[in-house]
Design a protein around this ligand. Sequence first.
Ligand code: AAO
Length: 493
Amino acid sequence: YRNPHFIGNRSVITHLMEWKYDDIGDECERFLGPYGYGGVQVSPVNEHAILDRRPWYERYQPVSYDIRTRSGDEQQFRRMVKRCNKAGVRIYVDIVLNHMTGAQSGKGTNGHHYDGNTLQYPGVPFGPNDFHGHESCPTQDLEIHDYTNPKEARNCRLSGLRDLKQQSEYVRQKQVDFLNHLIDIGVAGFRSDASTHQWPDDLRSIYSRLHNLNKEFFPENSQPFIYHETIYYGGNGINSNEYTSLGRIIEFRFYKEITNVFRGNNPLHWLKNFGTEWGLVPSGDALVMIDSHDLRVGHTGKLGFNINCFEGRLLKAATAFMLAWNYGVPRVMSSYFWNQIIKDGKDVNDWVGPPSDKNGNILSVHPNPDMTCNHEWICEHRWREIYNMVKFRMIAGQEPVHNWWDNGDYQIAFSRGNRAFIAINLQKNQKNLQQKLHTGLPAGTYCDIISGNLIDNKCTGKSIHVDKNGQADVYVGHDELDAFVAYHIDARI
Ligand code: AAO
């Protein structure tokens, strides 16, 4: 379950949060494929509750396993999967198996009625017997209060969400059928939502019944890629390594440590041995990120600490490090605009759903000629500094980190073998990075893919000259638009 089944040297996933399937299909063909992205994480695809104001998080309240959301119906989903696979881009679906809806009742996105109070979900169907109750959950109100207590975390309700009894053979089979349906359509795998709140053995039983991936798009005997949301920072919480035999885990310590460094709380030079020596799981067990659909609005982390699209310079620099560093499978968040208003450390608008018209239909994405998107969609994955670092990672391949240099503080540089080189300057007190450095690159003139692009053999940004010893005068001014420069052998002039 650890192999993302990327094509060739592709190595990066982007989460196109709430995008419509037709738009994702277009994006695979016109951008993600050509620019070297390996895959797309799509928001939950199955029928879910329709909540007042249509918050993004209604998609995390399942009503049935029918494929129909505001992003599209099953036909549109199928078309997207096919188009993306053909363009060399894999699809991973965010799956919510832990629970159904909150306490309310109403209609789901495929028209099924549901009632969270009487635990009726006729669209599956699930009834009261399919949920955890007082026989298994030790708390009075059936809510999770102590996240570190496994029985509570896994048998009680996560913020009121009706907790499915995955020990039940019936529940398991319904979920297996849903996942196999997605696999047969041609997805490459899943983000497993709230894995910490499900027993590893239940998940194991479910996964052991999954089909191999669709042979139309994947080599024979390929197993789905599965990555688990397990929020673990060490200490006495539920240890994410309980899940590493079931796929990769989203390594929250990566996000936390990198954010801490880039925020200026811990000098960059310490990153020299970043990875398992910092207590992270082995690279092959990890999926990593800087921002996520939760973090951007202060969920599962803190506003003011988390780095999202409203701090572009920082987000780009931290993302560049993630993509340049040889650790885990990286995921780039791609969000939409919302009016962030912070009061008492919380975003008042943390609920705001995707751009939509007055009938609630999600708006389409219309990219501009300069590659950015229309105002409503942020499209971080299309920012030059980010898509060019995706290319950097593809070119770096499995080459090790070489030629590490630092100033003992907030300036670092390193190469990936002799294929690619990056220098980052986050030095406090307005200091430039100006150094003769070993780049590892063959002699020649290279175009900085951060300040510009190499177009018709002309560099639209800065460039450097690498001499026959592989050395170059590297410069990153403190006042530049971006805090880093990056060069690779495919951008030699
Ligand atoms: C909505 C409403 C709720 C309502 C509920 C039911 O907002 O008020 O009660 O409906 O009617 C998303 C939204 C939720 C939303 C839900 C359903 O984020 O607001 O609830 O959809 O519509 C825990 C879980 C983790 C989970 C996270 C939100 O462990 O799995 O809570 N994430 C996933 C998804 C997420 C989704 C769901 C699960 C549900 O990614 O989008 O919810 O499907 C601590 C614990 C963590 C815990 C966080 C909660 O973390 O350790 O386990 O995550 O708290 O914020 C420091 C600490 C760290 C702490 C962190 C955050 O860093 O070191 O331990 O701060 O405070």
